[in-house]
Write a protein that binds this ligand. Structure first.
Ligand code: M6R
Length: 602
């Protein structure tokens, strides 16, 4: 949460910082600000305000200079106000922060600075502490200060008496760095600076970088040099805009057939699932006695599909944990447990902490991650990357379907290695898997139909989603999608559970979405639909072609695949539903209220 940017070099910094902040806005959009070292005034001038980066642009006329830092905020400490916006200036230190300082109150009291503070943030305390530690050597001041901090942080720091130099420091929260002939750049995410170079590096944890126009000097907190591995930007930066779509979410929904295909094809060799390019040893899948899947939000819903697949095909017990609860629920872990962490960003703090806990307890850890070089990817014993490409919209779409695709591949591999599927079985599983991109394309070609059907929800305040078997986790995902971008209260239920209480809420003002893709459960699901219909609910049925019945009036038809392979096309149809409701309500689909794309606070 929160996005950081920094630049020092030969060009005016303001434009570079504002442009970078626009790419980082998905990390938080409560406020934005920049600070640039002004060569005439010989100090950093700050411009900041609540609201989006576009509000900030008109307030930066005084800003001039070739070195600066910027920030886009997701509020944690202190409300959404101009004064709580970053950068924070204390004494001669100007700072932006991503993360949380847990002991800020103690530090505030020790420094005795309550009357000098201009904000309610923990970040301003960090600026004050660095200022207090500064006796002429900026790196030493930063190192001395961070040794007193507990919590997580990525800071970009400037000093009024150290012109044209910025400093970056990292504990957990990410910072990436790159340079070209025009100067050096840092950001929370390569997306903000990837256009300046196709080579970059991730600032190693617990290190500080001194950055000037000639590049980077990195040391640990004791002043020893630190090596940072060079990485290559692995997506086409030209494809990173909206490409004519009104919202990133629509673009990302439409990209799913190719993202899924790429993820699947890069893990198949001679018709068999193959993880050699990821360096995952067969023993990881063959020898584990149980699997624990840990993730948050949408990524956790992908894990629920993974559980169904692995248990069904491999008879290996699988538990799925919300990462935020994992370390507090005394999980049973051993060296026989394969822990699979799932994360688009690879930076979700709860998932990262759970991963570290599992490692400490002796489990083998594997992560399914989209962002290369991210913290979760680096911390895991093994990593399988999804090929979703950059996902910008806060609501996750292509990350989810590619994560589920990886679970199909893992299931196939595990089932084959454990002789639960023979050669014919596994190759036929893979052939069906390869049909998914076409099925998704079919759903997308029929999106206008979903747009019409979505009218049923436009004025609704509440909705319920019902389904059985694998349709239930798909609906958990669909329901989350609807809630987060349309602000309609939605609950997903296993259809048979509704009549144990919740059916009391069904009236003729409650639209109900029913998903019906599981052949073996169809007759039971039809009965459950009738139960709800007879209480007056206005129904929208999303059903596979072979199960569509004339008795349903609002129907979206899905193509037929084997039951096990229906979750991806189903969710894509329901992503469209959420998208159209949000867009037709005139909401900001890509940046829903109160949310951020990357959740780096617990
Ligand atoms: O980056 P991650 O996959 O770890 O993020 C996990 C969740 O925060 C994320 O999936 C969230 O639920 C999305 N906004 C849902 O669309």
């Amino acid at each position: 949460m929160c996005g950081i940017i920094g630049y020092t070099g030969y060009s005016e910094a303001k434009g570079i910082l504002l442009k970078g902040l626009k790419s980082l806005e998905y990390r938080g959009y409560d406020s934005a600000g920049i600070a640039v070292y002004h060569p005439d005034f010989k100090e950093c001038l700050v411009s900041k305000c609540k609201g989006r980066v576009k509000n900030l642009e008109s307030k930066t006329s005084d800003i001039k200079g070739t070195s600066g830092i910027g920030h886009t905020r997701w509020a944690t400490h202190g409300g959404v106000t101009d004064s709580n916006s970053h950068p924070h200036k204390f004494g001669e230190v100007t700072l932006v922060h991503n993360g949380i300082i847990e002991n800020y109150e103690t530090i505030k009291n020790t420094l005795n600075i309550a009357d000098k503070l201009k904000s309610q943030t923990d970040s301003e305390i960090a600026a004050a502490l660095i200022d207090k530690c500064f006796k002429g050597d900026p790196c030493k001041a930063i190192c001395d200060a961070v040794k007193k901090l507990t919590g997580t942080y990525a800071f970009a720091v400037m000093f009024d008496t150290v012109p044209n130099t910025i400093f970056a420091v990292r504990n957990v929260s990410p910072i990436v760095c790159c340079q070209n002939d025009n100067g050096a750049y840092i950001a929370s995410d390569i997306m903000a600076i990837g256009e300046y170079s196709d080579k970059y590096f991730v600032l190693p944890e617990f290190s500080v970088a001194k950055i000037d126009k000639n590049g980077f000097e990195i040391t640990d907190f004791n002043g020893n040099p630190v090596y940072a591995e060079e990485l290559t930007v692995d997506w086409d930066i030209k494809n990173s805009g909206k490409c004519g779509y009104p919202f990133y979410m629509e673009k990302e929904i439409m990209e799913q057939p190719s993202a899924i295909e790429k993820t699947i094809n890069s893990h198949i060799k001679d018709g068999l699932p193959d993880f050699t390019c990821d360096g995952v040893d067969d023993s990881v899948f063959r020898d584990c006695k149980s699997v624990s899947i840990i993730a948050c939000g949408t990524a956790m819903h992908a894990g629920l599909i993974g559980k169904s697949l692995i248990e069904r095909e491999c008879s290996v017990p699988v538990s799925v944990y919300m990462a935020s609860e994992f370390i507090y629920c005394d999980p049973i872990l051993s060296s026989d447990t394969l822990v699979i962490c799932v994360s688009q960003s690879g930076e979700t703090i709860d998932t990262l902490e759970a991963l570290k806990y599992a490692k400490k307890n002796g489990s083998v850890t594997l992560s399914i991650v989209n962002v290369r070089g991210s913290s979760i990817a680096r911390e895991s014993d093994y990593v399988i990357y999804t090929d979703a490409g950059p996902e910008i919209a806060v609501a996750s779409t292509k990350a989810y379907t590619t994560q589920v695709s990886v679970f199909y591949l893992i299931t196939a591999k595990m089932a084959y290695l454990r002789e639960c599927l023979n050669y014919e079985g596994v190759t036929s599983f893979i052939s069906e898997l390869k049909e998914i991109p076409n099925a998704v394309s079919y759903v997308l070609e029929n999106r206008d139909k979903m747009r019409l059907l979505s009218n049923i929800l436009l004025t609704a305040e509440h909705t319920f989603m019902i389904g059985r078997g694998m349709d239930y986790p798909s609906l958990l995902e669909a329901s989350l999608k609807l809630k987060e971008i349309s602000y309609i209260h939605s609950e997903a239920f296993a259809s048979g559970e509704l009549k144990h209480g919740t059916i009391a809420l069904i009236t003729d003002e409650t639209p109900v979405i029913a998903l019906m893709t599981q052949q073996y459960l169809a007759s039971k699901q039809i009965s459950n639909i009738r139960e709800v219909q007879s209480r007056g609910a206005n129904m929208l049925v999303v059903a596979r072609r072979s199960l569509v019945s004339k008795e349903f009036s609002n129907v979206f038809e899905l193509p037929d695949l084997e039951d096990e392979f229906m979750p991806i096309p189903s969710v894509v149809a329901l992503q469209l539903l959420a998208y159209y409701v949000s867009a037709d309500k005139g909401l900001d689909v890509d940046k829903p209220r109160n949310l951020a794309k990357v959740v780096t606070v617990e």
